[in-house]
Design a protein. Structure first.
Length: 367
């Protein structure tokens, strides 16, 4: 399915989607008793779609709240970021246009045209336009929490871009984002991020801050019936994997591990079957579409019916240009990252090790 014009459209999700992801166990999936939620749907660079549901009442801050619209005067209406779903299969999208309030539609179009809704990982902002805004790039929800806190503290506009690690660094090199994050494992040095940052951002003075550590491992069906223990098992004819999209940290980890094990990708069943998030990978294993996937422990806890097999702890780090690092908005961002309040909020989500959060691990500040 290809969206028209500006790569966004207001549509509904089909019954096939809700049957594939019922609530329960997928408790974050929304569906009204009478009709599905209208969704603002974006097509991304990677042939999947990001759906942000419209809601009449949103009591939390993780949303785009409408102002000065008829419904907003009576309700807390808006786009609920906490209920975003990522969709790859076009049969999950109803081709019939959904109906929303006219003034809210105009509000959407105005903000998208101005580049202020970067929910789909597509940055149409010019270098000149970036002077008074901060675009934080990465897929982890802790960055949403950070962006919301920062938005409340500074006058600049703070936006989010949802590219994976490799693509985030490339977007920074291209001048499309101000802040990139990464969890890229380098097999030859058995280290995270710095080898990639150094090679992908040539001629750029940088500061790299540590954010957190997460456990990475295999998602397998409950009880691990195929007795999957290592990447060596992925070459077995009775094992099928579900892969991640090129440019994501998990995809780099998978490819590096297969290279080290001497396993050609064409010998891995399911290598070409790609999903675009940890949750999608976990859900595929839960449904029986695959025997194994790779992802973080945190996301496995959201999908009943699978087990998590620990592989290694990964480092999730933030990259900022040297020229930006000492500017007040970025110093405020770092202050938030290092604050006990923010670290407690992140730790409270579970699955994150926040020790040394905000520590500089690489810097071109001193030459």
């Amino acid at each position: 399915m290809i969206l028209s014009e500006n790569d966004y459209q207001i549509l509904k999700l089909t019954d096939a989607f809700y049957k594939a992801y019922p609530n329960p166990p997928y408790r974050e999936i929304l569906k009204k008793k009478q009709r599905a939620y209208n969704c603002l749907l974006f097509q991304t660079h990677y042939n999947y779609f990001i759906c942000i549901p419209y809601r009449t009442e949103i009591s939390h801050r993780y949303a785009f709240h409408f102002t000065n619209t008829l419904r907003a005067k009576k309700h807390k209406s808006g786009l609920d970021y906490s209920k975003i779903v990522i969709i790859e299969k076009s049969e999950y999208i109803d081709s019939t246009d959904a109906i929303i309030d006219k003034d809210e539609f105009k509000k959407n179009i105005l903000n998208i045209s101005n580049g202020s809704t970067d929910m789909a990982g597509r940055n149409k902002t010019t270098q000149k336009g970036m002077a008074n805004q901060i675009i934080i790039c990465g897929q982890d929800m802790v960055l949403d929490l950070l962006a919301n806190r920062l938005n409340q503290c500074i006058g600049e506009n703070v936006f989010r871009s949802y590219k994976g690690s490799y693509n985030a660094l490339y977007a920074m090199y291209q001048g499309e984002v101000n802040v990139a994050t990464a969890h890229l494992w380098h097999g030859k040095t058995n280290s995270y991020n710095i080898p990639y940052i150094s090679s992908m951002l040539p001629g750029t003075d940088l500061v790299v801050l540590h954010l957190l550590k997460r456990k990475q491992g295999f998602y397998v069906q409950k009880g691990n019936p195929k007795n999957i223990q290592s990447f060596e098992d992925l070459k077995r004819s009775d094992i099928t994997i579900v892969n991640r999209e090129p440019g994501s940290g998990v995809r780099v980890l998978i490819d590096e591990k297969l290279r080290q094990a001497g396993i050609p990708t064409q010998e891995v069943n399911g290598y070409q079957d790609i999903v675009s998030s940890h949750l999608e990978a976990a859900a595929a294993v839960n449904r029986g579409d695959a025997d194994v996937a790779v992802g973080s422990e945190k996301h496995s806890l959201s999908v009943p019916g699978i087990d998590f097999l620990f592989m290694q702890e990964e480092s999730y780090d933030m990259v900022i240009r040297k020229e930006d690092f000492l500017k007040k908005p970025y110093q405020k961002m770092i202050e938030i990252i290092r604050s006990s309040e923010y670290q407690k909020e992140v730790a409270g989500l579970g699955g994150y090790n926040v020790e040394n959060m905000g520590k500089i691990i690489y810097s071109d500040l001193i030459q």
